[in-house]
Write a protein that binds this ligand. Structure first.
Ligand code: SF4
Ligand SMILES: [Zn+2]
Length: 495
């Protein structure tokens, strides 16, 4: 709908803007413009951005984003310090391919435009064009063949400027300070690549009829009338539409409770410290979840059994032997309470579904991903599974410790998953056995407790514009501490 500009957005009133810059590479791109087009040093460019913020001509950005931007600028310089003998000149205006048709085509369109976004360069004689796509890090999502083909085509056939003989598409990891070439060839080869990998995919894109609700719903001007976005007014217990529209999930809630800055920096998808993110316990938990996901998705559906194969971990999890053994022990206990014992048909099971709800009272898009939804005697049951390496009691207040349970209670209780007296379950796998706790959303006390947890999670967050750091013991397990100048130095944390 966005590509077809004749479908106008339906948004009624202007929304409140976030105070802080939300576009992660915004300060980086602004600083690069100063470096390349106004001959500033990295340091001067950063100072100039600060000055713009101070005199209100630019949006403020979080201190963590500033740390990241300084790193990114230095690393970008390192990645392209060797020009390979062919100096490239920065181009101010991005290239755009335009096609105007004499008569409307089968889509009713007469104009097509494709623009590339990245840092743009050309050789002094104009014979070579180069597009540098910036990525936070190279271990992120790889560019697809279609993306590379479309980018190469715009360089080969777009304006302004004379058409080149050679085009290059490069991806630069700003964390690593390293670049990798995605395409390097003649103009004709780029056009040919587009015919094979780009043209049809772009056609599918503008003809696409699929709705895929998710985090994008927060910025989508069609959201108020979207048939695929369920509305749950009052879900979060807030009645305040004066705030910027945002997304919220239990993961955000937990991060915010630990430290507002941490939540904000995670939203920017800044590179995380893998030694924290992939701690042994976290990896073991992920491996167990991944095994259960594969088991529950396999067709025909069969309940899990206590026999766990020796090679139960998926390839991406490199667990030490002790963790592999412990994981297998935990999984054996799952067989006792496997929900597939209660289900009958394929329609009775949803494994890790992505649930999205719009709460118009709070103007927040709520994202949730239950470990499992299964239908028991016609009603939906929400199951969360946790793993613990210890046998002793692990939580005194599960709804507070796991806010996704509180959200689940509220959603099931208000019938958001369908009618009937559904329930929420928490399965805790421990070395000596399994606990299965049930939460009844139709019990007034449980529902009230869930609402209290949600209120505690959301009230401060909903009115927060600054996301100030709250240094303390949490810094020791903070995966974005590297970008935080307020962090408390704790042994093992990144210096
Ligand atoms: S290092 Fe500490 S203060 Fe900084 S974001 Fe992480 S938890 Fe917050
Ligand atoms: Zn199972």
């Amino acid at each position: 709908m966005s590509a077809r500009r004749n479908l106008s957005p339906t948004v009624a009133a202007p929304r409140k803007r976030e105070v802080l810059e939300q576009f992660t590479n915004g300060p980086f791109m602004a600083a690069m413009d100063l470096i390349e087009h106004a001959d500033r040093s990295v340091q001067d460019a950063l100072c100039e951005l600060d000055a713009r913020v101070a005199c209100n001509t630019a949006r403020p950005f979080h201190d963590g984003l500033r740390q990241w931007t300084a790193h990114a600028l230095a690393m970008y310089g390192q990645a392209f310090s060797d020009d390979g003998g062919q100096p490239m000149l920065a181009v101010r205006r991005r290239w755009t391919y335009r096609s105007r048709l004499a008569a409307p085509d089968k889509r009713g369109a007469t104009t097509y435009e494709i623009t590339v976004w990245g840092r743009c360069y050309r050789s002094a004689d104009g014979a070579t064009r180069e597009l540098r796509l910036v990525a936070n890090h190279l271990r992120g999502r790889a560019r697809t063949d279609t993306e590379v083909a479309v980018a190469a085509f715009v360089l080969a056939a777009g304006g302004p400027g004379p058409v080149p003989q050679r085009v290059r598409v490069v991806r630069c990891g700003l964390l690593e300070g390293r670049a990798e070439t995605l395409f390097d060839g003649t103009r004709e080869a780029a056009v040919e690549l587009y015919r094979h990998h780009g043209q049809e995919a772009l056609g599918d894109l503008v003809e696409g009829q699929e709705f895929r609700p998710g985090s994008a719903c927060a910025d989508c001007s069609y959201a108020p009338v979207c048939p695929a976005l369920p509305r749950q007014p009052g879900l979060l217990g807030l009645d305040d539409r004066s705030r910027p529209r945002r997304t919220w999930s239990a993961t955000n809630g937990r991060a915010y409770r630990a430290c507002p800055a941490r939540e904000h920096l995670r939203r920017h998808h800044l590179p995380v410290d893998l030694t924290v993110e992939r701690s042994a316990a976290a990896e073991r938990g992920r491996a167990v979840h991944s095994y259960l996901e594969r088991r529950h998705e396999a067709r025909p559906h069969t309940p899990c059994v206590p026999h766990i194969p020796g090679n139960w971990t998926a390839d991406q999890y490199k667990l030490p032997m002790a963790d592999r053994d412990l994981g297998a022990r935990l999984l054996r206990h799952h067989a006792e309470v496997c929900p597939l014992r209660q289900t009958h048909g394929d329609d009775d099971l949803q494994v890790e579904p992505d649930l999205v709800f719009d709460d118009p009272a709070a103007d927040v898009v709520v994202l949730a991903k239950p470990d499992l939804l299964y239908r028991d005697h016609g009603v939906w049951v929400w199951r969360e599974t946790k793993t613990s390496a210890r046998d002793r009691s692990w939580s005194s207040d599960p709804l507070t410790d796991y806010p996704q349970l509180a959200l689940a209670v509220e959603l099931v209780g208000r019938g958001a998953l369908g009618g009937g007296r559904g329930r929420v379950e928490l399965e805790v796998l421990r070395p000596s056995g399994v606990d299965l706790m049930t939460f009844d959303p139709f019990t007034a006390g449980t529902r009230a407790a869930a609402r209290q947890v949600l209120a505690r999670q959301l009230q401060r967050w909903h009115t927060d514009d600054e996301f100030a750091a709250s240094p303390g013991v949490e810094c020791g397990s903070c995966e974005v501490a590297r970008w935080c100048s307020a962090r408390v130095p704790i042994a093992g944390n990144v210096a």
